[in-house]
Design a protein around this ligand. Structure first.
Ligand code: ADP
Ligand code: MG
Length: 311
């Protein structure tokens, strides 16, 4: 029964605890009883189609919007009753870019440090600028920066107080490849240093590469919550694709089994390897040779689409 803040934020606790959070906008239920925990040190993904409620949940976690019911904690601190402590241990990179255009990058980062009561933060600010390749932009006004550069400043701003828990809401939406790589290298490093990372992204291959566990949301509800490895392993469908010698036409008996074809490949969804043998046998019966053949393992994208369809 956490009395003192120190106790309830003990090292053994969760980084993020979300319990039965509900939030509606008028008649529209944006969050419909969301619950999940994130362990300290995890690299965790929050996924879901547009409108699933991810940003609404993150803004409740940041204490920026008040849920109708349920509770949210960061490092054991309740975001409502212990707002100040919860805010101190959390760094949020928001989805929307909003800045005062008249301040320079360095001024923004100094003000944000001041907001957290940190003076003489220049050594860390310089390191952040360096890590995010912003050093030569430090004295430029925000309005002079490109969208990608502004997003780097958002990341730096979220990190001025070295928060143990870092939330990134679609940080790579509309961002060039170079920034994506810089950003991921940096975030991975922060995670290795012990920071907990909660990431929302539309790029499922990023989530698959980076995140050890994930939560999928749809229409304000959690529809999947598991490790990335389990979700991929539990997905039995693989894709067989074959290119036929002389670009032969697919025999009529195989056409109904085919998912799709392009100018080179014919694709088949298979749930057991026996099906590969069946397809090859049918080709041989029809005296059609094989130019190339591949069986691809499922991607997170496949798992995601299947879960979203089912939910
Ligand atoms: P996501 O981040 O998963 O794309 P959001 O959390 O931004 O989804 O939005 C979830 C749903 O809630 C959307 O349908 C959105 O239109 C609605 N919504 C979000 N904020 C508001 C608001 N302030 N007023 C009314 N509806 C909102
Ligand atoms: Mg969003």
């Amino acid at each position: 029964m956490g009395l003192g803040a120190g106790k309830s934020s003990g090292l053994a606790g969760f980084a993020v605890e979300i319990l039965d959070v509900k939030k509606s906008f008028g008649k529209f239920q944006a969050l419909d009883g969301v619950s999940f925990n994130v362990e300290q040190g995890e690299f965790f993904a929050l996924l879901g189609p547009n409108g699933a409620g991810k940003t609404t949940l993150i803004s409740a976690l940041a204490g920026l919007s008040k849920p109708d019911s349920g509770s949210l904690k960061v490092m054991g601190f309740d975001v409502r009753t212990q707002y100040k402590q919860a805010r101190q241990v959390l760094g949020i990179v928001p989805q929307e870019i909003v800045f005062d255009p008249f301040f320079s990058v360095r001024e923004i980062l100094r003000m944000q440090s001041g907001y957290f009561g940190i003076r003489n933060n220049d050594a860390w600010i310089n390191e952040l600028l360096e890590k995010l390749s912003l050093t030569d932009k430090a004295d430029k006004n925000m309005r002079a920066l490109s969208g990608g550069m502004k997003r780097r400043v958002l990341v730096a701003q979220a990190l001025v107080h070295k928060p143990p828990v870092i939330v990134l809401d679609e940080p790579t939406a509309g961002v060039d490849v170079e920034l994506r790589q810089t950003l991921w290298a940096f975030v991975r490093q922060l995670n290795q240093q012990g920071h907990t990372i909660l990431l929302t992204t539309h790029y499922l291959e990023e989530a698959q590469q980076l995140c050890s566990r994930l939560c999928m949301m749809k229409q304000g509800k959690v529809v999947a919550l598991d490790t990335t490895a389990n979700l991929l392993a539990g997905f039995s469908e693989r894709v067989l694709r074959v290119a036929l010698k002389g670009n032969a036409t697919l025999p009529a008996s195989l056409a109904p089994r085919r998912m799709k074809s392009d100018s080179i490949w014919h694709y088949f969804s298979i749930s057991a390897y026996q099906e590969v043998e069946d397809i090859l046998a049918l080709l041989r019966t029809n005296e059609i040779g094989i130019e190339k053949l591949e069986v691809t393992e499922p991607e997170l994208e496949d798992v995601f689409l299947k879960i979203m369809k089912k939910a």
